[in-house]
Design a protein around this ligand. Structure first.
Ligand code: KG4
Ligand code: ZN
Length: 330
């Protein structure tokens, strides 16, 4: 079995995954509340908290899997992209665990984790497939032929979709990170109540979300505080529909262009109820099989990191001791 460790942002995560992709445990210690009062993740606080939590989270993942380190043959860990201090905590722990047992280690690209989340579970997706990844830091379309490699077909030119959700949520007074809260509020609103700029089909497969956030800001200003308060659910529903619409428009174009037999979504925004429903509809319309992972495999987690390691060659002990983390993808 593979032990996965993920500490790229503000969640301390460890998981145990079997070679066939079965998830034996998937533990996430969220630091959300710790950062909420600052309205965003404070990198130094995140690193220190990871340091306090990581041993306990790994122990918990092993216990929940009914396993011990004797059952682990490979350690997988996120190497980047992410917050450098946060990444270093996970990477150092993973190196220490692997070294103590002279186990091999696989350094993993966090984004490959989101792309390959659907290769986990009882009915894993088979390549080739198209993946839409939308998270707090990244939004892109990728083609997967031979995992863990993937080809990026298009990506956001400004904000990530999760960032668009978080900024919209903040404007509506929903706190941070507000994607899930906006999703809940939107259920009581009318998505047609307001018009937000629609993304027009272009030739490329890139995304842009910064205009939407500005449109919401102006709409809230025009309405004034009382009317905004009164119509929050409608604003949330219309805004969500616009963000999801932009994702679906490019996804539709990518399906047309690539004609893949299968489609998967991943990243925290893949937990959005509106997106999940529209992806199902689109896939049915186009006759493409679709994989929509459970919420816990969409948002940051270590099972998806272990999933990537199933497809990669591990580095034998002690070759990985000098590995460094990286904040940004090369
Ligand atoms: O993948 P993730 O957990 O972390 C990153 O790698 O960024 O994604 C977090 C993002 C946040 O922006 C959060 O607001 C958003 O995913 N998110 C959602 C929902 N759940 C999480 N956005 C919209 N609807 C949701 N239900
Ligand atoms: Zn992520």
């Amino acid at each position: 079995m593979i032990l996965g460790v993920e500490t790229s942002c503000d969640d301390t995560c460890a998981a145990v995954v079997a070679r066939d992709g079965a998830v034996r445990s998937n533990v996430v210690a969220s630091q959300g509340l710790l950062h909420a009062r600052y309205g965003g993740v404070v990198p130094e606080i995140a690193s220190r908290r990871h340091l306090e939590l990581v041993d306990a989270v790994v122990a918990d993942a092993l216990e929940r899997a009914g396993a011990s380190l004797d059952d682990i043959d490979t350690v997988a860990v996120t190497r980047g992209p992410g917050l450098i201090g946060a990444l270093l905590v996970g990477l150092s722990s993973a190196k220490a665990i692997a070294t103590a047992r002279k186990l091999p280690l696989v350094p993993v690209d966090h984004l490959a984790g989101h792309v390959l989340a659907s290769t986990l579970g009882e009915h894993p997706i088979e390549p080739p497939f198209l993946a839409l990844v939308a998270s707090g830091g990244h939004t892109f379309l990728a083609r997967v032929d031979e995992p863990p490699e993937y080809d990026v077909l298009g990506q956001t030119l400004d904000d990530a979709a999760g960032e668009a959700f978080d900024k919209g949520a903040r404007l509506l007074g929903l706190g941070y990170p507000g994607g899930a809260a906006l999703d809940r509020l939107a259920r009581d609103g009318d998505p047609e109540a307001f018009d937000f700029p629609r993304s027009r089909p272009g030739r490329g497969l890139d995304f842009s979300f910064s205009g939407l956030k500005t449109a919401l800001l102006y709409r809230i200003r025009d309405l004034g505080p009382d009317e905004t308060e009164h119509r929050r659910a409608d604003l949330a529903a219309a805004y969500q529909s616009a963000v999801v619409g932009a994702l679906i428009a490019r996804l539709g174009q990518a399906l047309e262009q690539e004609r893949p037999p299968r489609l998967a979504i991943g990243g925290g925004v893949a937990a959005n109820s509106g997106l999940r429903a529209r992806v199902e509809e689109l896939a049915a319309e186009r006759g493409v099989e679709v994989w929509i992972p459970p919420h816990e495999l969409c948002t940051d987690n270590a099972a998806m990191i272990a999933a990537v390691a199933r497809f990669d060659d591990p580095i034998p002990y002690p070759g990985y001791l000098s590995l460094d983390a990286f904040a940004r993808a090369a």
